[in-house]
Design a protein around this ligand. Structure first.
Ligand code: PMP
Length: 389
């Protein structure tokens, strides 16, 4: 048997990683400005994380949700306080897609409605419901198409209002910052408008913070820059620093009923331990504040690169848009020992490093970007010099 071949691969084989650095099977070191899709938050093999998981594994790796699990209670308490939502409830799953799927189910249970409004460029996952609210027809099979979903332009108030007026919309679902679309931000006042407009029409506001959450943008959740309080918040990726875990934070008005939701692996002992250790390391090392400072430094430095169209994003979730496709640029950066991400916009380089990345490492990225951009410019001049017309 072979792996099902569905991923475009970067041609390296990492075998070890520490902090912000990856080592491949040939002993070559890479600086990780991608964090494996924004997953590595507190750093590869963070000692607090490794020790906590090892210790938990020695005691009890797994038991299902059929017994008492004090780790879940401790996690809900800590997460509630650190994120600024102490009165919310926590439901734990294993991935971002599952978090979105369950948040939409809760919105539907609570409102008795079915329809979801979401946005052009949205990516919310690949389970049936989360795929139906993802703005990419290519990913959808016939099996996925019967959900009632409306896609409207981001930051377009009238388009949202015209959808909500019929009072049949269960949820408005929006990413804190759109990641897959190439780091595209809803404006703060648009998020504030959504909060008010949803309340007016009995619709749940669901913030997908799977990519933009867990400290990445300098606040615990990206939507907190706009000072709003959604009814449902989804999490994943950086939550477990590589341990597969996702979650939904649920407004206290949404009441649980037995059997409403469920997951075999969700909230197991190892997963809770992983998330608790992420929170511990993040707080002890001030990583949220660091992400804000380092991200702002990176953004200002990146703004002076040649061939640049725009730098977008907040904290350590940055999109660098060039006037040309970045495929070759990414490959050349990899040759220089720098891992970066792409997006559905071919001209955007996505920067999602571990939150412990340093200013010196940002300088290394800029230096390598300059080298690579010079190479690309030389290539263009040699192959099609402007004087040739
Ligand atoms: N929501 C957002 C905003 C995401 O970026 C992603 C993953 N790229 C998902 C949901 C799905 O998460 P997962 O791949 O863990 O299911």
């Amino acid at each position: 048997m072979k792996p099902f071949d569905v991923y475009p691969l970067q041609k390296i084989t990492p075998v070890k990683a520490t902090g912000t650095r990856l080592l491949d099977d040939k002993g070559v070191e890479y600086l990780d400005f991608y964090g494996g899709h924004a997953v590595i938050s507190v750093g590869h093999s963070h000692p607090v994380y490794v020790e906590a998981i090892q210790k938990q594994l020695d005691n009890l790796g797994f038991y299902s949700n059929s017994v008492l699990n004090p780790l879940q209670i401790e996690l809900a308490e800590r997460l509630g306080i650190i994120s600024g939502y102490p009165d919310y409830q926590l439901f734990l799953v294993n991935s971002g897609s599952e978090a979105v799927e369950n948040a939409l189910r809760l919105a539907s249970f609570h409102t008795g409605r079915k329809k979801v409004v979401t946005f052009h460029g949205a990516f919310h996952g690949r389970t049936s419901g989360s795929l139906a609210v993802t703005d990419n027809r290519k990913y959808r099979s016939a099996f996925n198409v019967d959900h009632e979903v409306a896609f409207v332009p981001l930051n377009d108030r009238e388009a949202v209002t015209s959808q909500l007026e019929a009072r049949d919309v269960a949820a408005v679902l929006i990413e804190g910052i759109q990641g897959m679309a190439g780091v595209v931000e809803p404006s703060d006042d648009f998020l504030q408008f959504l909060e008010t407009e949803c309340a007016k029409h009995g619709t749940m506001l669901v913030l997908d913070e799977v990519q933009s959450g867990f400290g990445r943008t300098g606040k615990f959740f990206a939507h907190q820059h706009a000072a709003i309080r959604p009814q449902l918040i989804t999490m994943g990726k950086g939550m477990g620093n590589g341990f597969p875990v996702g979650g939904v934070m649920i407004h206290p008005d949404i009441r649980p009923e037995m059997g409403m939701l469920g997951a075999t692996f969700g909230g197991n002992h190892l997963a809770c331990t992983a998330v608790l250790s992420v929170l511990k390391a993040m707080i002890a090392e001030n990583m949220m504040q660091q992400a804000e400072i380092t991200g702002a430094y990176a953004k200002s430095k990146l703004a002076s690169l040649q061939g640049l169209k725009e730098v977008r994003g907040r904290g350590l979730m940055l999109g660098i848009e060039f006037a040309f496709p970045v495929k070759q640029l990414r490959k050349l950066l990899l040759d220089e020992g720098i891992l970066t991400g792409n997006s559905s916009n071919p001209n955007v380089l996505r920067i999602l490093p571990p939150l412990c990345i340093t200013i010196d490492e940002v300088d290394m990225l800029i230096e390598k970007l300059e080298v690579v951009l010079n190479k690309i410019t030389m290539d263009i001049l040699e192959n099609s010099p402007p004087w040739r017309g």
